[in-house]
Write a protein that binds this ligand. Sequence first.
Ligand code: BGC
Length: 527
Amino acid sequence: MPAAGFVSGGGVGANAPKNRFAGIAMTAFSAFGGILFGYDTGVISGVKEMKDWLRTFGHPDSTTKTGYAISSSDESLVVSILSAGTFFGALLAAPTADYMGRKWGIVFACLIFSAGVAMQTAATEIPLFVVGRVFAGLGVGLVSCLIPMYQSECSPKWIRGAIVSTYQWAITIGLLLASIVNKGTQNHDDHSAYRIPIALQFVWAAILAGGMSLLPESPRWLIKRGRDADAAQSLSRLTGYNTTDPEIESELDEIRANLEAEVALGESSYVDCFRFTKNKIALRTLTGITIQAWQQLTGINFIFYYGTTFFNNSGISDPFLINIATNIVNVFMTLPGMWGVERFGRRRLLLVGAIGMCVCEYIVAIVGVTISVQNIAGQKVLIAFVCIYIAFFASTWGPIAWVITGEIFPLQVRAKAMSLSVASNWLWNFGIGYATPYLVNKQPGSAGLESKVFFIWGSTCFCCIVFTYFCIPETKGLSLEQIDLMYQNTTPIKSLEYRRRLMADGNLPTEKAADVHEDHKSQEEKV
Ligand code: BGC
């Protein structure tokens, strides 16, 4: 019986799948949700600086460039309320995914998101705009959890990492699009200045919802709901095999057997996500929550949220161009990450990325405190290292944090544990966004760290190295069910060897996994 994971080989003769790439294309399409995520988080920073927006929502102020200003409390409300929405949206993703299913959950998220976009587009006063941001945030939070869940459950194991990475790629494209659209409309003298960039989000939501309604549901969710015939149909569309093909039957058997074993272990409440079981559920949930926290603590959003202000203070002449440049690096350097995640594996890339980011951030900190604002050559070095830092993030921690979150949980608690992990991403996203001005600015009441803040990001990246070494197993090429076995039978540090044996044994049936472990142990003892 082959291990589940949506048959990786091509198959020949009568057993050949009709079109195995259709499934890959379908699963990759859902990455479009990343555009919603990236665009929505990116659009507000430009919108809130637009003259027409400030005139509509703020008050006259002759001391500013536009002649209008908005109170600090309104500004921080408008910016940070999205995080409140996304945090609760991520938590809501668990019941939504379990009750409605992964696919219809995403369509539902698009509807909530669109309601939020409608309110923001129509608003001419702060309260409606803020409520709109909350609804849009709920939608983004839901999507940010449901997309990697859907992709992980629907993609073939040999390319799962690359497919989930397309989601991160879409996030980066969304961020870039937002900065370009903002730049395009910022000088309009009427409400179209901000209404166009905001309303454009209807298009993203419509494409995602329309496309998702045509895609198959996750076969793993269907099995969990006891809808075996539908699961076979869905798996057939995803793999290109006929529903009666032995490949499909054995895949379904494997998912079913695994689920039964998990169900036998008991109910799955939120408390169960933290139980110390043979299945190491607590370790896995904490790993998911922590990897998302560390991804934020790499300091990436310091660049994307405050980069413009930071580079302005550093005396760089066109911070807007630097903003575009950092976004372009982010988009293009995600591509090698998508390839590398299946070539070099998750653990190795996370280690390399954390080391690279750590070194770059210390260099930026040291250069920043040593040179003066007038030192143009020095400022260029600073930007170059910021770009190299982004390149390391984009090709490693950006996509792989989502890949890991999508694949390390057993089916029984997957929705809950994933939603807790994604909620952790948004919580830290909010915390860092909120705290940064206080850390960086020189005003009274703030720590005035300026470029020294990079010493903090360098140190957090050092923690990322330690965390990866002890907590991240190598899961490349394994089915979600094999990952379950891996957690049961070995530790992250020894996972490379265990994985090699699991893969060498080909389509290893569940019962045999224990033997591998025993075998492995006795080998180790001999050594
Ligand atoms: C992070 C976001 C970040 C983006 C940058 C995502 O994976 O979760 O917070 O803004 O990457 O590309």
